[in-house]
Design a protein around this ligand. Structure first.
Ligand SMILES: C[S@@+](CC[C@H](N)C(=O)[O-])C[C@H]1O[C@@H](n2cnc3c(N)ncnc32)[C@H](O)[C@@H]1O
Length: 294
């Protein structure tokens, strides 16, 4: 099961009740989309995008009671403009981004996202394109890998971990997520009492890298305001400080240009009850803005 994060808050900012078209850029299993569809007025439509075809199948099944009110599209959200163009939609009244991966993806051993289980070391959200992580990793030099682990994982043992991975790759290719996690654990000194697994940050860094998550977010946010109708809302839920920084800066830049009004001076975080019920929400930050141009 995937529990949607900051759902009430996202819906409050999206204000779907009087909107015509909402674009959910990260439809996943359809958790937020379902809540949006419940609130849209008669005639309202939801367009849902996901890079993951399996997620779209799940969403299609979960949203079937709303048949006719939604359209799903397989795409990277950096290309949301092409999706809208194909549907002959010029502007939307709301846009939602709930970044990262879902629990469905994390728990699927075929995807290799989790350091806690054995599976193919793939880590692509879109398995129809580009190369899986194991294939990229075998060609990566130590300097590049170290930089990724340091910058995208903010991992203090970046040097040691990169060295261990590259030297293992020379002996035998790493094809399994559990094997990579074990290698990382054996390359750093850590206390067994530590709450966080030593492989956490490296796995996060590699996932962000292989999917170019920061590049896609920048590209999508930079063009978003051109596709918002007046008073449309844009809501972004992020789970990583680098993502939140991109959201904050892009909103500020577009507010300076007179395109957006920022609705959240500080990011909205999950309350204690949600944090207990849904551990994924602990690092979540929500920022929202409103389109103020004609
Ligand atoms: C956190 S989940 C969304 C969960 C959903 N909001 C819900 O409540 O059920 C994020 C989803 O976004 C998708 N995703 C992440 N980055 C993407 C991108 N650049 N383009 C398209 N889909 C993306 C992932 O495949 C995943 O299914």
């Amino acid at each position: 099961m995937h529990k949607s994060v900051l759902s009430e808050e996202a819906l409050e900012y999206l204000k779907c009740e009087d909107k015509k078209v909402i674009l959910d850029c990260t439809v996943g299993g359809g958790g937020h989309s379902e809540e949006i569809l419940k609130r849209l007025p008669p005639g309202g439509r939801l367009v849902g995008i996901d890079a993951d075809t399996k997620a779209l199948e799940t969403a299609e099944a979960n949203l079937k009671v709303f048949k006719g009110a939604f359209v799903l599209a397989h795409a990277n959200f950096r290309d949301f403009d092409s999706v809208l163009r194909k549907l002959e939609i010029d502007r939307v009244d709301g846009m939602l981004f709930d970044l990262g991966i879902s629990s469905f993806q994390l728990e699927d051993p075929e995807r290799g996202f989790s350091f806690a289980r054995s599976g193919s070391l793939d880590m692509r959200m879109d398995t129809t394109g580009a190369k899986p992580l194991w294939e990229v990793l075998k060609r990566m030099d130590e300097k590049t890998l170290a930089g990724i682990i340091r910058d995208l994982g903010e991992e203090r043992f970046w040097r040691r971990i990169a060295k261990a991975i590259v030297s293992q790759e020379k002996k035998a290719q790493i094809r399994d997520s559990a094997e990579l996690a074990a290698l990382i654990r054996s390359s750093v000194r850590y206390s067994r009492a530590s709450r966080i697994d030593p492989a956490t940050r490296t796995f996060q860094a590699l996932r962000i890298y292989i999917n170019d998550e920061l590049g896609a977010l920048k590209e999508a946010l930079n063009k978003a305001s051109a596709f918002l109708s007046p008073d449309a809302r844009i809501v972004v839920i992020s789970f990583h400080s680098l993502e939140d920084r991109i959201v904050k800066h892009t909103f500020r830049e577009q507010a300076k240009q007179g395109a957006l009004e920022i609705l959240t001076k500080k990011p909205v975080m999950a309350g204690e009850a949600e944090k207990v019920q849904n551990p994924r929400s602990r690092s979540a930050k929500l920022r929202a803005a409103r389109s103020i141009k004609d």
